[in-house]
Write a protein that binds this ligand. Structure first.
Ligand code: NAD
Ligand code: TYD
Length: 354
């Protein structure tokens, strides 16, 4: 199979690329605009494979998308390219509308034009897999209710509203034009190569630097954490075995309050890096409660029973094993995050394609 992965230089997309190259004989076309969130170093050694090609293309550029489809003739699309950070969407929603809504529309139209040229057998095998978030469902206020595939959409932030819009378009292109689509909605991911603006890497790197650990509001909001490599394996399971037209929720059954996540990171750092920055007694002393995020969702929790029972996927990591691996990864991969924090990764883009 040749898989066109959009957003393959991002956090989850790069895990998908690594999983395809290391875990299968499939080929990858990594299509990414390399925004601030894109970093080709995240693909790692997979970039050296004969089965890997990189295309620096913006999904808002329809002509370039048509050229990529014609040149590479993919068997499937896994669409992960997006603006993904809620706080950025509050400060500047325009680019979220462009990439998540207009860009997804362009990609759907380019995929549809390509699909129409395929033979009947190729059409049957073609897939357009749209990767989305549980944030489209809004938030939960109880303690024992879950998002299922039939929970009504009620997005709270500009980010989740634009993702919801893209989900609706993908399903409409499936129903109206017969494009064989798959949609997955996943909970919060964490793990290696996570951009340092997101909660977990932000806390690890600030603590190592002796900086404040900013917890929004009371820190009691709940997220359902999934190790990124478990998500990548789930996505490939859905791509290969999912029923066209279906939606699958993906989650790790790891509900944690934000403050408990930050405290866990502090405890792991006490154990792994007891030698603290000057003037710091305990890492947890750096915890600082700050102004809450506007519209902050209270709780996310996924019911992943459909993908488990129908497709046999199970996460391999618990939160305890995954968060330890993640902290250890940041401790042994300072070259990656120092490049990101210094902005150097943005200068290393020339001549990056194969
Ligand atoms: P990310 O921000 O780390 O990566 C996004 C990638 O898309 C980057 O490489 C960026 O360069 C690229 N990109 C952005 N705009 C583009 C454009 N216009 N054209 C081409 N490429 C562009 O995001 P992520 O955390 O890896 O998320 C990937 C997908 O998974 C997103 O669609 C997101 O909504 C979804 N998702 C994320 C999470 C999570 O916890 N991070 C959870 C569920 C779903
Ligand atoms: P984030 O990683 O931005 O993911 P999302 O908003 O998509 O869930 O944030 C996870 C949670 O952590 C969210 O409830 C907001 C909170 N948070 C903080 O308390 N402090 C921070 O510095 C950040 C980045 C997030």
């Amino acid at each position: 199979m040749k898989i066109l992965v959009t957003g393959g230089a991002g956090f989850i997309g790069s895990a998908v690329v690594r999983e395809i190259i290391n875990g299968s004989r499939d080929e990858v076309v990594n299509l990414d605009a390399l925004t601030y969130a894109g970093n080709l170093q995240s693909v790692g050694l997979s970039a050296d494979s004969e089965r890997y090609v990189f295309e620096q293309v913006n999904i808002c550029d329809r002509e370039a998308l048509d050229r990529v489809f014609q040149q590479h003739q993919p068997d499937a699309v896994m669409h992960l390219a997006a603006e993904s950070h809620v706080d950025r969407s509050i400060d500047g929603p325009a680019v979220f509308v462009q990439t998540n809504v207009v860009g997804t529309y362009n990609l759907l139209e380019a995929a549809r034009a390509f699909y129409l040229q395929l033979s009947e057998e190729q059409q049957q095998n073609f897939r357009f897999h749209h990767i989305s978030t549980d944030e489209v469902y809004g938030d939960l206020h109880g303690t024992d209710d879950f998002f299922t595939e039939s929970t009504p959409y009620a997005p709270s932030s500009p980010y989740s509203a634009t993702k919801a819009s893209s989900d609706h378009m993908v399903r409409a292109w499936g129903r109206t034009y017969g494009l064989p689509i798959l949609v997955t909605n996943c909970s919060n991911n964490y793990g290696p190569y996570h951009f340092p603006e997101k909660l977990i890497p932000h806390m690890i790197l600030n603590a190592l630097d002796g900086k404040a650990l900013p917890v929004y509001g009371d820190g009691l909001q709940i997220r359902d954490w999934l190790y990124v490599e478990d998500h990548a394996r789930a996505l490939l399971t859905v791509l290969k075995n999912g029923q066209p037209g279906e939606t699958y929720n993906i989650g790790g059954n790891n509900e944690k309050t934000n403050i408990s996540v930050v405290e866990t990171i502090c405890s792991l750092l006490e154990e792994l890096v007891p030698n603290k920055p000057a003037g710091i007694n305990q890492y947890r002393d750096l915890i600082t409660y700050v102004k809450d995020r506007p519209g902050h969702d209270v709780r996310y929790a996924i019911d992943a029973s459909k993908i488990k029972t129908e497709l046999g996927w199970q996460p391999q990591e618990t939160f305890e094993s995954g968060i330890r691996k993640t902290v250890e990864w940041y401790l042994s991969n300072s070259v990656w995050w120092k490049n990101v924090l210094s902005g150097e990764y943005r200068l290393e883009r020339m001549g990056s394609g194969r």
